[in-house]
Design a protein around this ligand. Sequence first.
Ligand code: ADP
Ligand code: ASP
Ligand code: MG
Length: 438
Amino acid sequence: MKVLKFGGTSVGSADRMKKVAELIPAGEPLIVVLSAMAGTTDRLVEIASCLYNKDHTQAGDKINRLEENYFQVVGELFSVPSYRKKGKELIHSHFEYIRSFTRDLFTMFEEKVILAQGELISTALFHMYLEEKGVPAVLLPALHFMRIDKDHEPDEFYIRENLQRELEKYPGKRLFITQGYICRNAFGDIDNLKRGGSDYTASLIGAAVKAEEIQIWTDVDGMHNNDPRYVKNTRPVEQLSFEEAAELAYFGAKILHPTSIQPARKFNIPVRLKNTLNPASQGTLISERTAGNGRITAIAAKDSITAIRIKSTRMLLAYGFLRKVFEIFESYRTPIDMISTSEVGISLTIDQTEFLEKIVKELKKYGTVEVDQNQVIICVVGDLIASNRGMAFRVFQALRDIPIRMISYGGSNHNISLLIASAHKVKALQSLNDQLFQ
Ligand code: ADP
Ligand code: ASP
Ligand code: MG
């Protein structure tokens, strides 16, 4: 069994959906995971925010506009009149449902229900299109098997058991279509795996069925060696180890959801990144093996980082200081990304700031606390052991005009992380690119 995930751009128009149908190999056992059509989740977020603010007029306008777009997609996707009719009815029923919230009470729960409509619509349309073409496929509802626990972590046991049960309902069937991103939570309510979460769905499904391969089809030729949105002359990387890919995804390479590599890595399932717009290109293969060529592989940047410095004059003598600091973050379930220490203090970074005020208040018991917002972690990934000699020099050479707030080196063999103010991000990425890759 293989798992193929197609992202928002890949299913972003009727034409693109038709291309995806052509990319699906006939006869192979496959689970195809689809995102919402590009732009839809953003629109649904806007609609939910209007509803939350009780701005029903604007919500209504936005709902009507999005519905119109979908009617157009239906007109272009189907050629048989009965399918056009069925497609229109499908869209209408989803949008009537969204519209019903303009009349009802609106809470966080309904927001998740609204966000789920994008994937529910894209998969239903695609399934209908395959049916029109005479391609047999089963539409598997992700809400029947995809689940997170009360810590918002995927419930791997539940997912495996329930997905297996769903698949067993269709003996002899080979092609399954399901929704990325959406799931149920520990209470059975509709929830999601956070933005970009369809990659995570694909990897979780791949792990659950022990797939032979997971393919992530998107709009670029695989993982580039730097962020193509900000940097000129980036190149695709042919091969990455699971660790390298996980670091890059976690530290901002948007092509992969931050934690989407973990399930695949756990069961050693290769992940292939491919370009729907250029299927012939090789893409990137993520597996146990690293290119291991003693070179820097890629650079990524993680935005919206907050740095916190705690200074304690007594730290040198006070063993247990670090434990007390970490316990505060743990008690607010706030993960720490980077750490650096000196004799008098500690600097660390977080990206979840929900409890920042409370954390700072408690940290103040142990010393003076400074907070810097709008920081960026620049993460350089590669075979640092072999490339060690002169590598740090080249990194700092590239950043010689940029004030560096923190450095983290030695935590793993394949990562050096630097914290800078976000105003310097693009310059830092470009300069590192020129220095390390050109
Ligand atoms: P999808 O909708 O298919 O999930 P995403 O927009 O989530 O696609 O991810 C693909 C995008 O990630 C690319 O278009 C590119 O702009 C961006 N990106 C950021 N960093 C990288 C990188 N290192 N390599 C490739 N793409 C990257
Ligand atoms: N549709 C969701 C999003 O836009 C999930 C995804 O595309 O992976 O974030
Ligand atoms: Mg994505």
